[in-house]
Design a protein around this ligand. Structure first.
Ligand SMILES: [Zn+2]
Length: 93
């Protein structure tokens, strides 16, 4: 035999980080377009919405989330892009 069958389906899956929707797990967590702090958790540094497969949000909540983010963008709570800095170094208060 030339090959040793060493690929007997060794699973590389690790469940270190649980992939449960954040909003399903936490019933208190609400999706609100005014709640920028939680929305920004789902937005990359460049202002893009984190895809579902990364954030682990279920499709139902991801949909609501996207809507909330878009709404927040429209009223300028969130940036469309990172072309302008968010808090021009004035993060201290
Ligand atoms: Zn969910």
């Amino acid at each position: 035999m030339a090959y040793e069958g060493n690929r007997s389906g060794a699973p590389r899956r690790r469940y270190g980080r649980r992939k449960v929707c954040r909003f399903c797990a936490d019933k208190k967590a609400t999706i609100d377009y005014k709640d920028i702090r939680s929305l920004r958790y789902f937005i990359s540094e460049r202002g893009k919405i984190t895809p579902r497969r990364i954030s682990g949000t279920c499709s139902d909540h991801q949909r609501k989330l996207t809507e909330a983010i878009k709404r927040a963008r429209n009223i300028a709570l969130l940036p469309f892009t990172a072309s302008h800095s968010l808090e021009r170094g004035s993060s201290q208060r």
